[in-house]
Design a protein around this ligand. Structure first.
Ligand code: FEO
Length: 402
């Protein structure tokens, strides 16, 4: 693993994390994730932008790359912490301990976190939007971008080279053999775009209004390169990732039309029986459909599809007078991310009594969903239920068709 030279004096050092661990302890990483840090070397001073958690030997990989550049961490003048989450700071205490001249730069909200997480309180300076440092021919300006991903987050902009170091913003899951957007193979693109959506929906979606604010704020910068802390570097078409993030952020309240996500769970097959018909009827109406079974598929993937869908179909049985529990978990995840203002159909079977709907109703209200139809039946669906599904699919398709 070698550092990437972005432009003269600016390098990415990174670790591919290929792990069975879950990101943030919850989100699967079948294709891994990478963690990027950046080194900016001016004529007079050196700055390091973000660090790494020592995850799967990441710290040793970083050290090797720093060594290969002929830099000792003791030579570094500034450590810029765009964001305090431990995936970018976990190795902080070890890295700063022998470097007395190092100044840590972060937002005012991050200062107490540096102490709380790592016990470091010396040489920590708060910076605000518009503050800058001069490394000698390389000027870095800070821009606070709260809640992308935590409240203390900022981005750093290298003026002379027009590079935005965006930390979690504009990031993706996945590991890629190539580092830059103009180098990716088709196979890498085919993984990158879905993994960007899954990353956004899993990690960032809750903060979508802040993403829109940040994109508006950053519009005044002349950006040639976007260098996030997860994923690839966008130097050929940085606008592409900004546009993707803009669309994802809008999806919170104004979901893009054209797609329906079906989520179903079943105990004995009755709640699943009408799903193929629902899917085929929607597709016949020209709507794209993605179908997930719960709990067989992780909520991470369901949230990712739902985030891009204007319509949602849920099918679940009643279980002990309430909703089938794994489906309740999925709905809780959708609620936390504010998958708002969707057109929704619910169906499902019950045995001796209903109960699922009672737990479904609060989600409809809280997420401002418009319920197109509810088809609930005792035991197996009847011919009448089959017809109801055909009709519901028509109404739903009409509501979400572009
Ligand atoms: Fe990649 Fe919010 O940390």
């Amino acid at each position: 693993m070698k550092p990437d030279k972005i432009v003269d004096g600016v390098y990415r050092i990174f670790a591919d994390i290929e792990t069975r661990d879950l990101f943030e302890g919850i989100w699967p990483l079948p294709d891994g994730v990478n963690i990027n840090s950046y080194i900016v070397k001016g004529k007079d001073k050196i700055a390091f932008i973000d660090l790494v958690k020592d995850w799967e030997g990441a710290a040793a990989k970083f050290q090797k790359q720093i060594d290969s550049l002929g830099i000792s961490f003791n030579d570094v003048d500034y450590l810029i912490l765009n964001h305090m989450e431990p995936d970018h700071t976990g190795h902080l205490a070890e890295m700063v301990k022998d470097n007395d001249k190092l100044e840590i730069l972060c937002t005012k909200k991050a200062v107490p976190l540096v102490e709380a997480f790592y016990g470091v309180k010396e040489n920590v300076r708060a910076v605000s939007s518009g503050d800058s440092i001069d490394l000698g021919g390389k000027t870095i300006v800070f821009e606070e971008t709260p809640n992308i991903h935590w409240p203390e987050t900022m981005m750093s902009y290298l003026v002379e080279d027009k590079i935005l170091f965006s930390c979690d913003g504009f990031g993706s899951f996945g590991t890629y053999k190539h580092s830059f957007d103009d180098e990716l193979t088709q196979e890498e693109w085919d993984r990158l775009i879905p993994e960007t959506r899954r990353y956004y929906s899993n990690i960032v979606s809750t903060f979508s209004p802040f993403v829109l604010k940040a994109i508006a704020k950053l519009a005044s910068l002349d950006i040639s390169i976007i260098a996030p802390s997860h994923g690839i570097i966008w130097r050929y078409e940085p606008k592409k990732i900004v546009d993707l993030y803009n669309q994802y952020a809008l999806n919170m309240n104004e979901p893009k039309k054209g797609m329906v996500t079906i989520v179903y769970s079943t105990m004995y097959g009755n709640s699943a029986k009408l799903i193929p018909l629902m899917q085929a009827s929607l597709e016949a109406e020209g709507v794209k459909v993605v179908t997930h079974q719960v709990p067989q598929e992780h909520a991470s993937y369901i949230l990712s599809s739902a985030w891009d869908s204007a319509g949602l179909v849920f099918a679940m049985p009643t279980y002990e007078y309430k909703m089938f529990p794994p489906m309740y978990h999925v709905l809780d995840i959708l609620e936390r991310s504010h998958v708002n203002r969707r057109k929704v159909v619910r169906l499902g079977s019950y045995g001796w009594s209903g109960g699922a709907q009672k737990q479904f109703d609060p989600f409809i209200e809280s997420l401002k969903w418009e319920c197109v139809d509810t088809i609930e039946y005792q035991g197996a669906p009847t011919e009448e239920d089959v017809e109801k599904v055909r009709q519901a699919a028509k109404v739903l398709a009409a509501a979400v068709r572009p």
